[in-house]
Design a protein around this ligand. Structure first.
Ligand SMILES: C[S@@+](CC[C@H](N)C(=O)[O-])C[C@H]1O[C@@H](n2cnc3c(N)ncnc32)[C@H](O)[C@@H]1O
Length: 270
C-alpha cells in the first residue's frame, strides 16, 4: 500500500475478521436504531451504502428495509465487492446489489435514494475527495433524503489497561494519515463538513463504543505498517514490536474504547 492508497485495505478477510465486521454491524443496527429511523432507514426505503466494505452493514440495513426496499452497496475495492456480494447472496437478500466504483462517480441514477450511508469512509479520503463525494451524494439523494455518516476520531482512542506499543502504533498511524492528507480526527468535524456541502443537519450523536479485542484481528493501523515504513514514520523494528504486542498483549486487554460520531444531513427540498 503506497501513499495515497489509504482505505485500499487488503480485504481478503479471514473468517474471524468477517465475524468482527458482523458483530460491529449488528451492534450498529441495535445501538443506532433511533438514528437509522430518523434518517429514513425504514421499511421500504432505498438505501445506498457507499464504501460498503464486506457488506455486513448493508446486510443489516437490507433486513431493516425489507423486500419492498432496496440496498445498494458500492466499494472501489474489487475484493470487498466480491465478499459483500457473496455474503448478501448467502443471506438470501435478493433486494440488494453491489457495484465496484469510486464514491464520487458511482454511475447510479440521480435522485434515486432515500438515504446514502458513509460509514468510516470519508476519513480515508482527502479534503478534495470528500467534497467530490458529498457533491455526488447530493445528486444521488431525492430532495429531503438523508446522508448518514458514521466516523471516528482516532486521536480519542483509549485502551485499558494501557499497552504502550499499541498506543505507539495508533500515534504513528495518526501521523502517517496526516502526512498523506487524511484526517484521523474526522468524526467531530462531520457536522460542519455536511453544512459546507449544502446539507441541513438533521441529527448528531457521539459515544464511545467498545469493540471486542478479538483474537487474531488487527486494526487498520497494522494494515498501514508497510506504508508507514516507506514514509519513514516507522522502522522494521517498530513493526516487530507492534506485531508482538498485537499477538501477545492485545488479545488479553480488557477494554478498547473507540469514539463513534453519527451525523445526519438532509438534502434541501426545492
Ligand atoms: C473502513 S472500511 C468500512 C466498511 C463499511 N462501511 C463498514 O463500516 O463496515 C472503508 C471502505 O470504504 C472504501 N472506500 C474508501 N474510500 C472510497 C472511495 N473513494 N470510493 C469507494 N470506496 C471507498 C474502502 O475500499 C473500504 O472498503
Amino acid at each position: 500500500m503506497g501513499d495515497g492508497e489509504l482505505g485500499r485495505y487488503a480485504l481478503a478477510l479471514s473468517e474471524i475478521e468477517i465475524q468482527r465486521y458482523r458483530f460491529m454491524a449488528h451492534a450498529a443496527r441495535e445501538g443506532e436504531a433511533h438514528w437509522w429511523q430518523l434518517a429514513g432507514i425504514t421499511d421500504g426505503a432505498n438505501v445506498l451504502d457507499l464504501g460498503c466494505g464486506p457488506g455486513l452493514v448493508a446486510l443489516e440495513m437490507a433486513r431493516v428495509v425489507g423486500a419492498s426496499g432496496r440496498v445498494v452497496g458500492v466499494d472501489r475495492e474489487a475484493d470487498a465487492v466480491a465478499t459483500a456480494r457473496a455474503l448478501l447472496d448467502e443471506a438470501g437478500l435478493s433486494h440488494t446489489e453491489v457495484h465496484c466504483a469510486e464514491a464520487w462517480n458511482t454511475g447510479l441514477e440521480a435522485g434515486s435514494f432515500d438515504v446514502v450511508c458513509l460509514r468510516h469512509v470519508l476519513a480515508h479520503n482527502t479534503t478534495d475527495e470528500v467534497t467530490r463525494i458529498l457533491e455526488h451524494v447530493r445528486e444521488l439523494l431525492r430532495p429531503g433524503g438523508c446522508c448518514y455518516i458514521a466516523e471516528s476520531d482516532l486521536t480519542a482512542n483509549r485502551i485499558d489497561p494501557p499497552i504502550a506499543d499499541i498506543t505507539d502504533l495508533t500515534e504513528r498511524y495518526i501521523a502517517y494519515l496526516r502526512s498523506v492528507g487524511r484526517n484521523p480526527a474526522a468524526g467531530p468535524e462531520m457536522g460542519s463538513t455536511l453544512l459546507r456541502a449544502g446539507f441541513e443537519l438533521a441529527g448528531r450523536h457521539a459515544e464511545y463504543v467498545m469493540p471486542p479485542p478479538g483474537r487474531g484481528v488487527r486494526p487498520p493501523s497494522w494494515a498501514a505498517r508497510e506504508a508507514m515504513v516507506a514514509a519513514g514514520i516507522a522502522s522494521a523494528d517498530d513493526v516487530e514490536r507492534w506485531d508482538r504486542a498485537l499477538t501477545d498483549d492485545l488479545p488479553n486487554a480488557v477494554s478498547l474504547f473507540v469514539v463513534n460520531h453519527l451525523v445526519i444531513g438532509r438534502a434541501p427540498e426545492p
